[in-house]
Design a protein. Sequence first.
Length: 262
Amino acid sequence: MYTLLTGACGGLGGAFARLLARRGQALFLTGRSEERLASLADALHAEFPGLPVLHFACDLADSAQRAALFAFADGQGVRFSRLVYVAGIDTQKAFEAYSEEKLVMQTRVNLEGAVSLAHGVLMRRSEQTVCELLAVGSMSASAPMPYFALYSATKKALEQFWIALRSEWKGRAKVTVVLPGGIPTREDIKQNIAAHGWFGRVSALPPQTVAERALRAVAKNRRSVVIGFWNKLLHALMHLVPLSWRLAVIAKIWSKTQKDAF
């Protein structure tokens, strides 16, 4: 029984891969870069001899490539016990600065890909085991976010879908969405966290911490978990502040920086 791990080429995906490998969990890794996937698979094989590790490069925005991923899995006789959906595009900039290609790609990877892979994994689970579906959402889903509008909207949609799916699959699957703050993996993310000042720094957590707490949450079948003390505090306060105030503060802060690594 395999864990399908998306976003395996990134820092958070790599943290999940190593934590799961230490538990002896067979891994099916996917990401956009064949070279980086192969490198991660080789490293895992070296560190954990005998651990089953498969990989398949896939652009999750492309439905044909998603179908090819599952065709490959079927050809290998793979059955899944878990999905860890880490993949996401965190472009942050003014809406008019987007191209049509970037709009479609971000929407598909952040939402459509997660929905598609959840369905594919559930259709390939063992009837004898309770499957786990873990999605990495975002604190950005806590409020509409000017200059981060598409990301926050797709993460909110992902959160709501995951929570609804949890109800449908009660007793047959553990379904959890986690909401971390900033995760300092890429250099542009580190710069973005620093630009948000004190709260950006205290709300950010290293990828291994996020991965550990996320796996703990889905094992307990938690519905939705905000990761980190300061993020829990902010999440609670969000509901006490008028939306117009929140929008004004977010627009002021997020309009000062942008990131577009995809």
